[in-house]
Design a protein around this ligand. Structure first.
Ligand code: F6R
Length: 614
């Protein structure tokens, strides 16, 4: 949430900053701004409501010179999205400009105290309280900028990643972090800062990740210095990252979301590479090899995640319980962290996250760590915060996911969970050889089967036109298909703004059936389900009440396909792998309905890709 970019060096800062912001727009896109400094410290600040392109239009005819600058793309927390609340915020004296990601939780107290001292606030944001506090401390103490920042940040309660420029030090760029990500890129006589390494990787492969409570001071003459809030020097490891990570294009697709839906066969292949061996029909995760005893001796698995990743977690629970016979729970990370959970040091906590930066998931991990649990991460974003604090884990290798609605990350997460469960089950001896080999073989054929599901795209696009009228949708599934029903409903709400709910199919009779009438579309996932006959009954019940059934069935189904209004076929596979196929038509249906309704599919209203605040 909110993207930060900063630059100091020999290049013109403005294009570096705006190009960087475009790569961070997945983090927020309700307003954007930039502050540029010339060599004498004269500040120019441009801000605009809307996307980075709106900022560029606004600044088109303005002076954009300067080799030092900071920039921000915002996801509003405090104060409506508008130019006044957009970052950078400039202190009352005009000396400091700041951009911030996170929440200053004690800003009301800070603001009241500063107003009592005569400060007049220009915005409704929590961030402005911080820059005015910095201004006030600087005026009172006449200390150097780093000392001023240390004093100010010690007074702050909350989460922050900040970038700061000081009119009195036009040769320096400052940054600090606590609980919100920030990376520093080191080039030849130049520095970059950004919320993730994508904007940095266009210019340098050397990155330092700031840790909580650290302040970075960068100058072309003096290099990079990192200290903590007590002014102790902090050693920092320089990581090497691949170049040009962020240059992701739509590759001929109308939207990133559609491109990412179509990338799924390749992503799953990449995810399985070196792990699934189709020759001898085995699955080997290096993390399971390395931490075999700890994982096998686990008394319980607790999966923590949010949103789509939580849906993948629900599938993971079923896999771990049915294949490995290990008790497993799935908890929303936001609930887990405040529920005083019972955690034993024999527990394994599995944290699932596409971004690796979700604030609630990070907090859940910290809590579980304090209680001695072993933490296993399943993440997509390489080098993000979660993989850096977990004991072990597996990347899903899906590549950057730009569309705000998660698609390929979900199937990647499920694929990793399948491999984890299969590998553990084999080690534990809870799966027989035939079932193991059959499931590995079926997993290996999933990418090809995904390709055949993707061929339904044109038909689903036509189908979508029929349903743009709908104000509500119901999604039903059982067993492994229940989380898919939840995921299908979430996709539809996120990007089309149609209200949709997912239920276990058998729960329909306990209430939701009251909603069924001839206008209610019901998506029912019947494919590959051991309880097919019971799902068939549900379809009959819906049709008896004139509901409009869209059924996801296995190829060759000739029972439900005769009763449902529309059927979408998917290839046959093992039941536990069905979600990898059945979710794809639901992603496409949500996508096409949203397109038909003229919605901004990749950047839906009110959402951000990376939820780095609570
Ligand atoms: C839905 C979606 C969100 C995320 C959730 C967790 O399409 O993208 O529900 O799944 O915010 O994010 P990560 O996986 O980055 O922790």
């Amino acid at each position: 949430m909110c993207g930060i970019v900063g630059y100091l060096g020999y290049r013109d800062a403005y294009p570096v900053l705006t190009d960087g912001l475009k790569q961070l727009e997945y983090r927020g896109y309700d307003s954007a701004g930039v502050a540029l400094s010339d060599d004498r410290g004269n500040l120019r600040v441009y801000k605009e409501k809307g996307k980075v392109a709106d900022l560029e239009n606004y600044a088109a005819d303005k002076d954009k010179s300067g080799h030092l600058g900071i920039a921000h793309t915002r996801w509003a927390t405090h104060g409506e999205p508008c130019a006044r609340n957009a970052h950078p915020h400039v202190s009352a004296s005009g000396r400091f400009a700041i951009v911030h990601n996170g929440i200053i939780e004690n800003y009301p107290v800070l603001r009241t105290n500063l107003e009592a001292k005569g400060y007049v606030f220009q915005s409704s944001t929590d961030t402005e309280a911080l820059v005015q506090l910095i201004d006030y401390i600087a005026a009172q103490t006449a200390s150097d900028t780093v000392s001023v920042l240390q004093t100010a940040l010690k007074m702050v309660v909350g989460a922050y990643a900040v970038a700061l420029i000081d009119r009195n030090s036009p040769d320096r760029l400052y940054a600090a972090r606590k609980s919100s990500p920030l990376a520093v890129g080191i080039g030849e006589s130049e520095f970059f800062i950004a919320s993730d390494m994508n904007p940095i990787s266009c210019y340098t492969d050397k990155v330092v990740y700031l840790e909580d409570g650290e302040i970075a001071e960068m100058s072309c003459a003096g290099g990079l210095r990192i200290v903590n809030l007590d002014n102790a020097e902090c050693s920092h490891e320089i990581h090497k990252v691949p170049k040009n990570l962020g240059m992701v294009q739509k590759g001929g697709f109308e939207h990133f979301m559609l491109k990412e839906i179509f990338e799924q066969p390749d992503c799953i292949r990449d995810c399985m590479r070196g792990r699934v061996n189709p020759g001898d029909k085995t699955v080997t995760l290096s993390s399971v090899r390395e931490f075999r005893d700890r994982l096998l001796s686990a008394g319980r698995f607790i999966i923590v995640a949010c949103g789509t990743s939580w849906h993948a977690g629900l599938i993971g629970k079923q896999l771990l319980e049915s294949l490995c016979r290990i008790p497993a729970e799935v908890v929303y990370a936001s609930e887990f962290r405040y529920s005083n959970p019972v955690i034993h040091d024999t527990d394994v906590v599995v944290a699932i996250s596409q971004s690796g930066e979700t604030a609630d998931t990070l907090a859940a991990i910290e809590l579980a760590k304090q209680k001695g649990a072993f933490i296993y991460g399943i993440c997509n974003a390489v080098g993000s915060s979660i993989p850096r604090i977990t004991d072990a884990g597996s990347y899903i290798h899906a590549g950057p996911e730009i569309g705000v609605a998660s698609t390929k990350a979900f199937t990647g997460q499920v694929a990793v969970l399948v491999m984890l469960a299969l590998d553990l089950a084999r080690e534990k001896g809870t799966i027989d050889d035939i079932c193991y080999a059959r499931t590995v073989e079926a997993l290996d054929s999933i990418p090809d089967k995904m390709k055949s599901v993707l061929k339904e795209n044109g038909r689903i696009a036509s189908l979508a036109k029929i349903f743009t009228y709908a104000r509500n949708f119901i999604y039903l599934g059982r067993g492994y298909s229940y989380p898919v029903a939840l995921e299908g409903a979430l996709k539809l709400k996120e990007i089309s703004y149609i209200h949709a709910e997912g239920y276990p199919a058998a729960e329909m009779k306990h209430g939701p059936i009251a909603l069924i009438d001839d206008e209610m579309p019901v998506v029912i996932i019947a494919a590959g389900n051991a309880l097919y006959d019971k799902i068939l009954n549900n379809v009959q019940e819906i049709k008896a009440r004139k509901g409009r059934v869209i059924a996801i069935v296995t190829e060759g189904d000739d029972v439900i396909s005769k009763i449902a209004d529309t059927v979408i076929e998917i290839p046959q596979t093992e039941e536990c792998l069905t979600p990898l196929l059945s979710v794809i038509p639901l992603q496409m249906l949500a996508y096409h309905i949203a397109v038909c309704k003229g919605k901004d599919v990749d950047r839906p209203r009110n959402l951000a890709k990376s939820v780095t605040v609570e």
